[in-house]
Design a binder for this molecule. Structure first.
Ligand code: AMP
Length: 415
């Protein structure tokens, strides 16, 4: 069965094609980004995770145009059959606990969640609508970033706010669930232990960053909240701020709520403090003595360290920590900085092992010292693969789908 995983964001479109019948199941991975002046950049890899990346410019002005172009590209690369499509949807509200076949009623519910994720859900919805027009007979399945966090205990998801606000849907939902679930499974696999026996803290550190406390294979707390704005400082997002900031900025600076929200999403975080949302720039500038870049790095590390400590308390101790995302996978110095002073909860990085990490797909090298009570891993996240796997599970569990689509069984997708 060929499954297409689509991730339509507000500024980029990622997709990957998998053949679920074979072990090395990824056929294609691609991303359109940098839409500007009627053109965009296409990065793609033909073959598995370790294949070489190719880059070219495409005359496409928008994400919608890019989606329209996907069938032509797949044909160019030798793939014309698509059996099912999985869509990453950021916010599934309180309802969706697992991947779900999209019908008009599901589409409407996702639409109703837009106020909870105003930057993300509209882009996801546009991706679904366009994809339905291109592949009208293929089942389309929504895979939610919030679904993994449905196991949060009530004390972890409840905000201490008036009941009318809670009834309106104000609570912690959490995000990056697809990634947290995937890397937790990979950690258990590296440990060679059932995931149910482990207390894991997953650190997804990328442009968006969040931590997740995982017990018995389920999410019990996470640093993002009702929106993907809270928790750690991020590339352009503020992370935690005092809610009193809104009234203060409104009274003192005459800013309206939309402006404040937009600036908390797009003009805050590493970008606001250090002048770039990209940690590679900040690390280079910091090494040259730039104080703003040094502060941005320290604030980021401090916020991650604080949540690690808090989640160790939530879990009553930790067995493993796993780093993933662009920063978690690539920055040895950030991993070291975050774990500084965490010997108190049993984390001790081995400097040489940490610096030696050169990640390949599906590997989870260990970076803890021999004295560390907690095992520490680094692994590449693979959200598209997780989406494809969830699509397959949804299809196999659905009586509403044609038998022809359900007949292929997956191999071990995590090998
Ligand atoms: P993601 O959102 O997971 O794709 O992560 C993107 C972020 O990862 C970038 O904005 C960079 O800040 C960071 N990143 C990627 N590669 C490196 C690297 N080699 N060293 C430090 N940070 C990196």
């Amino acid at each position: 069965m060929k499954i297409l995983a689509l991730n339509a964001g507000s500024s980029s479109l990622k997709f990957a094609l998998f053949d679920m019948a074979v072990e090395d199941c990824r056929l294609v991975k691609a991303e359109f980004e940098n839409f500007k002046d009627g053109h965009c950049v296409l990065h793609f890899r033909l073959g598995g995770e370790n294949s070489d990346e190719q880059i070219r410019s495409e005359p496409l002005a928008s994400i919608e145009e890019a989606i329209q172009c996907v069938p032509t590209l797949l044909q160019e690369w030798g793939y014309s059959q698509i059996d099912a499509i999985g869509h990453r949807v950021i916010h599934g509200g309180e309802r969706f606990t697992k991947a779900t076949l999209i019908d008009s009623e599901v589409l409407q519910y996702i639409q109703s969640c837009t106020p909870l994720a105003p930057l993300h859900n509209p882009a996801n919805l546009a991706g679904i609508t366009t994809s339905k027009k291109i592949w009208p007979s293929a089942p389309q399945i929504a895979v939610f970033d919030t679904a993994f966090h449905h196991s949060l205990p009530v004390a972890a998801y409840t905000y201490a706010i008036p009941s009318a606000w809670r009834k309106a849907g104000a609570r912690r939902y959490g995000f990056h669930g697809i990634s947290h679930q995937y890397v937790a499974m990979r950690t258990a696999q590296a440990w060679q232990s059932p995931i149910e026996n482990l207390r894991i803290i997953s650190c997804h550190l990328g442009n968006g960053s969040s931590l997740c406390a995982i017990e018995n294979g389920t999410s019990v707390d996470t640093s993002m909240g009702m929106s993907p704005l809270t928790g750690l400082a991020m590339g352009t997002r503020s992370g935690d701020v005092d809610p009193g900031l809104f009234s203060y900025l409104s009274r003192q600076c005459g800013l309206d709520i939309n402006t404040i929200e937009q600036q908390l999403y797009s003009d805050s975080g590493l970008k606001a403090l250090g002048g770039s949302p990209d940690l590679r720039n900040l690390e280079q500038w910091a090494a040259q003595g730039n104080l703003d870049a040094q502060l941005a790095i320290e604030v980021y590390a401090y916020s991650a360290r604080k949540y690690l400590g808090a989640f160790a308390a939530v879990l009553g101790g930790i067995d493993a920590v796993v780093f993933t995302g662009g920063i978690g996978e690539n920055s040895a110095t950030m991993r070291q900085r975050i774990c500084d002073r965490l010997q108190v909860i049993g984390l001790e990085i081995d400097d040489a092992r940490n610096r030696k990490v050169r990640l390949r797909a599906f590997e989870a090298p260990e970076i803890a010292s021999s004295q560390s009570r907690v095992r520490i891993f680094v692994t590449k996240t693979c959200e598209q693969l997780m989406i494809a796997k969830e699509v397959l599970t949804a299809i196999e569990g659905s009586s509403a789908l044609p038998h022809a689509v359900c007949q292929t069984r997956q191999g071990n997708l995590y090998e």
